[in-house]
Design a protein around this ligand. Sequence first.
Ligand code: EPU
Length: 436
Amino acid sequence: MSDSLRITGGKPLTGEITVRGAKNFVSKAMVAALLGDTPSTLRNVPEIRDVSVVSELLEVHGATVAYDPAQGVLTIDPAKVGAASVGDVSVHAGESRIPILFCGPLLHRLGEAVIPDLGGCMIGGRPVDFHLEILENFGAVAKPVKNGLLLRAPRGLRGIKYRLEYPSVGATEQLLLTAVKAEGITRLENAAVEPEIKDLIDTLQKMGAIISVDTDRSITIEGVTTMHGFDHTALNDRIEAASWASAALATKGDIVVKGAQQRSMAMYLNVFRKVGGEFEVRQDGIRFYHPGGDLNAIAIQTDVHPGFMTDWQQPLVVALTQAKGLSIVHETVYEQRFGFTEALTQMGATIQLYRECLGDTACRFGQRNFLHSAVVNGPTPLHAADIEVPDLRGGFSHLIAALAATGTSTVSGVGVIDRGYESFRDKLTALGAGFE
Ligand code: EPU
């Protein structure tokens, strides 16, 4: 499949598409299957590259994985799981950060695990310091090896009390996947409570774990000695759903996103409405549309759940280039998530980036020289350009920009988008997009 698309924009996207299971849950549930003594079945699994990457990582460790993309059913049998080398893990992980989440389950199962050097990416440094500190607190000992780290748990893993200095999604998942079989009680404060994490907790409970979540971002886990496989249907992908919704807004279109769920998208829906988009919640999904007239400028800041997700930000910014007035977007989750705006500026958008926190509250990045606030002055007509996809969400926003622009753009590097957007080319065709 070609890694670049020639997109002729200026035509509203209209029609119906379907979203399936959430990338950011499915990949973690697949890792959780390693905690069970019997096979697991995950349903509603989308055909995206991250699922293939995690399948390969499981296979490198000896698990048997079978996937039926049409039905969305994936089974994992962990019976023959064994150790893998840093080299094998690196080759199969690619840019993915999932290998670090294998540690808890593998330490319980085998007494050791390896972590390859995980590169940063274009949205920020993305350190793993919380993960390592958590694993070491549980009793793991890390030793540097060529191109990675070897972790061992010579005396087993024991429950901990831990407070996250920032409610990291990955670090919360790390703690959950380790604590469920650690000896004794673990208590986590300032945990991330994203719907994908709640779904992981449901999955672990089905496997035999004992986990309670309080209203104050704290989670208590009572360790158990054995767990079994699960049968679970993944929650739908609220990032993908919002991405198509923003595409409807930016192209003056009308898209029914089957599988979009109101409950997990409440904050996005509020913003969508304030910007001037309209939506109808239906039994099987949500219809998102541009009602005509001007869109409104807005001030938003990204945040952990229940705030406005950082992953909703980039596609929405494209729509904000078409809103009347000054919009302000303060990114508080990643320090460098505005790289994608360079291409939008090239296409005619007026976007200024600032080091200051332009939001209600100062964030961790305010005093640290990161361009993490954006002011978008609209509406500005977008014109075609040749642009290069920077990362997954930035890449999808580039597609939207090209679809909203007049003329024919060449968007290269679109293969990255396959990591998290199932059959996006087929969906573009279904919505009447002009591309080849
Ligand atoms: N952080 C640290 N130290 C750590 C871990 C995180 O400083 O040890 C910082 C990060 O650098 C970042 C912040 O904490 O500034 C939040 O990171 P978090 O750990 O919450 O993110 P993640 O688990 O690495 C997941 C999703 C991201 C999504 C974030 C926030 C997956 C595979 N990835 O990443 O999704 O943006 O949570 O919701 O679940 C995407 O889908 O495109 C994507 C990037």
